[in-house]
Design a protein around this ligand. Structure first.
Ligand code: LMR
Length: 397
């Protein structure tokens, strides 16, 4: 049957990693996939995670199946990371949280759940957005449209355009929002802007679906959940896809969660029952290890503190690389004001490098950048920054 079928194109992000791995040039630099790297260019296992794994190894007595929705202790730990202890989402039990395989799995489970009940709703994603949003919601069967987000000329948020587009979205449609550290632009809403968006969701009745893959990479674990708090306060139905790939470095353990926030405990338990049928007919129940590790870290005070410190280390190193990139480009005489890179948040920056620059960097300098000019700042180190900046200067001439 495959004789007449053409191959699918490689994934725009993970396909780039495959190419990078094949590249034999020792100077190669990967600014593509959103994976944290330390100053030595490694993606280490966090110390808190290693310590939790040691404890687990000693304590674990079974590898039997988890419940369809995952370990209840994990769901509770996820909720405490998303909401204040006093939040009525927790005290009134008005949310259902299940363990999903990574942030992508969480988005897909949420998308399948919504499609079951609102197949004719449109899904709205930011312009631009993480390429896989289109893939995931499209695969779930939704029609997808875009709302204004990034102002290319000013390299900033187009908040007026965003608000204007969001105000036209009808009740029941689904709006995908990046809770922090917008992927790919690195440009986020401020507190006042989130309040306005939450008020609009409440007034117009569309369903916010928050993609929360970078909690802790913006300003901190608590600070980064501002958007979540606003939607929770507004009382609307909404969903949150959490990922612990980046903030716990649990990339290949596929550790994420989908949380469906509803107005009442009854609705939360109805949502949970349908989440379970979505999962049972897909992968049956989640892989245990990553969830057990994250729960152990979050529920053990010393490990929790250690994790917050490690997260701050990662966040601060990225901020340092943002600064070094801006000064490095200026030192190489690259034309233009790149100070916007320092204002952006999280792992990514929309560099403003054209497709020609991106392909020249790849061809002539073995520097890998996602099409559209998104760069992962964590791919930069004090060792490779000069090489990257001089390569960019050459590519822009
Ligand atoms: C990214 O955007 O690079 C990450 O979220 C990894 C992925 O799955 O695309």
């Amino acid at each position: 049957m495959w004789k007449s079928i053409q191959p699918a194109p490689p994934d725009s992000i993970l396909g780039l990693t495959e190419e990078f791995k094949k590249d034999q040039n020792p100077q190669k630099v990967n600014l593509g996939v959103g994976v944290y790297k330390d100053e030595a260019g490694n993606t280490p296992v966090l110390r808190s995670v290693k310590a939790a794994e040691k404890l687990l190894l000693e304590q674990q007595i079974t590898k039997s199946y988890l419940p369809i929705s995952g370990d209840p202790a994990y769901a509770s730990a996820v909720q405490r990371l998303l909401f204040d202890d006093e939040s009525d989402v927790i005290t009134a039990s008005r949310a259902a949280t299940i363990h999903a395989p990574g942030g992508t799995g969480a988005l897909r489970v949420g998308a399948d759940l919504l499609h079951k009940f609102t197949p004719n709703a449109k899904v709205w994603v930011s312009s631009p957005t993480w390429a896989n949003h289109n893939g995931i919601f499209g695969a779930a069967g939704f029609e997808i449209d875009r709302y204004a987000y990034y102002d290319t000329d000013n390299r900033d948020l187009d908040f007026d355009g965003m608000l204007s587009d969001l105000s036209k979205i009808p009740a029941g449609d689904i709006v995908v929002l990046h809770a922090c550290c917008h992927n790919p632009s690195g440009v986020d809403l401020n507190s006042e802007q989130w309040q306005q968006v939450a008020a609009l969701a409440e007034k117009n009745g569309w369903v916010p679906f928050l993609d929360f893959a970078y909690q802790g990479f913006g300003d901190g674990v608590d600070e980064d959940r501002f958007a979540v708090t606003q939607f929770a306060k507004s009382g609307v139905d909404f969903l949150i896809a959490s990922s612990f790939s980046k903030n716990f470095g649990l990339y290949n353990e596929r550790t994420g969660a989908i949380t469906v926030v509803t107005p009442s405990p009854r609705e939360a338990s109805v949502a949970l029952s349908h989440l379970k049928t979505v999962i049972r007919t897909n992968y049956s129940n989640p892989p245990a290890h990553g969830g057990l590790v994250a729960t152990m870290v979050l529920d053990t005070p010393e490990l929790h503190t250690m994790w917050l410190e490690e997260l701050a280390e990662m966040r601060n190193r990225i901020v340092t690389m943002r600064k070094m990139l801006v000064t490095g480009l200026a030192a190489q005489g690259v034309d233009g004001d790149f100070s916007f890179i320092e204002k952006q948040r999280g792992m990514f920056s929309f560099s403003g490098w054209s497709d020609d620059v991106v392909s020249s960097l790849r061809k002539n300098n073995n520097i890998y950048v996602v099409g559209g000019g998104r760069i992962n700042l964590a791919g930069l180190t004090t060792t490779n920054i000069e090489y990257v900046c001089s390569s960019v200067a050459a590519a822009m001439k």
